[in-house]
Ligand binder design. Structure first.
Ligand code: GDP
Ligand code: MG
Length: 175
């Protein structure tokens, strides 16, 4: 069975753990230890074929920055998550993007990355418009999607989309 390694990155509190646990276990968590780095695994079906998706939920801080090298290098595909209710998390998106490109030593567009605006159920607390997220993603040649780990809006879709991009890229290089 094909395996795809997906890495969750983004500022603390944007919902990386909530999205991961919601996708893999279908539970919404309100309190999740921000220091835990953890792997989750789920089998999904793409184009009538089963494949494994391993999701690495990264913590806010790591003791050694060299650990990030390892994390970034190990990922096949990345979800860069910000919260639509937190502008500072949005402002960090390009920073994460640059780190991925640098550490994986690839050019723009050569690694599957989706920009994710999470917490889209919190419309009254919105600080970042859909258009802003969309425009940023377009500038750096990534897909863009808004999700909610609470209501599950676009939640499965975003994991399927990144798994599909990863699968297609592997097909392209290893055919
Ligand atoms: P992480 O630091 O990125 O892993 O963020 P967490 O997953 O720990 O989430 C931080 C807080 O935001 C928690 O209280 C979550 O329950 C909450 N949260 C995460 N995703 C959503 C969402 O889509 N909607 C709402 N309303 N709250 C969310
Ligand atoms: Mg977390």
């Amino acid at each position: 069975m094909e395996e795809h390694k997906i890495v969750m990155v983004g500022n603390g509190g944007v919902g990386k753990s909530a999205m991961t646990v919601r996708f893999v276990q279908d539970v919404f968590v309100t309190e999740y230890d921000p220091t835990i780095e953890d792997y989750y695994h789920k089998v999904i079906t793409i184009d009538e074929k089963e494949c494994g998706v391993e999701v690495l939920d990264t913590p806010s801080h790591l003791e050694f920055s060299s650990m990030w090298d390892c994390i970034y290098r190990s990922g096949d595909g990345f979800l860069i998550v910000y919260s639509i209710t937190d502008r500072s998390s949005f402002e960090q998106v390009t920073n994460y993007y640059d780190k991925i490109i640098l550490r994986k030593d690839v050019n723009d567009g050569e690694v599957p990355i989706i920009i994710v605006g999470n917490k889209c159920d919190l419309e009254i607390e919105r600080e970042v418009s859909y258009q802003e997220g969309h425009d940023l993603a377009q500038r750096i040649l990534c897909k863009f999607i808004e999700t909610s780990a609470l209501t599950k809006q676009n939640l499965e879709e975003v994991f399927y989309a990144i798994a599909r991009e990863t699968k297609n890229l592997k097909r392209y290089y290893f055919k």
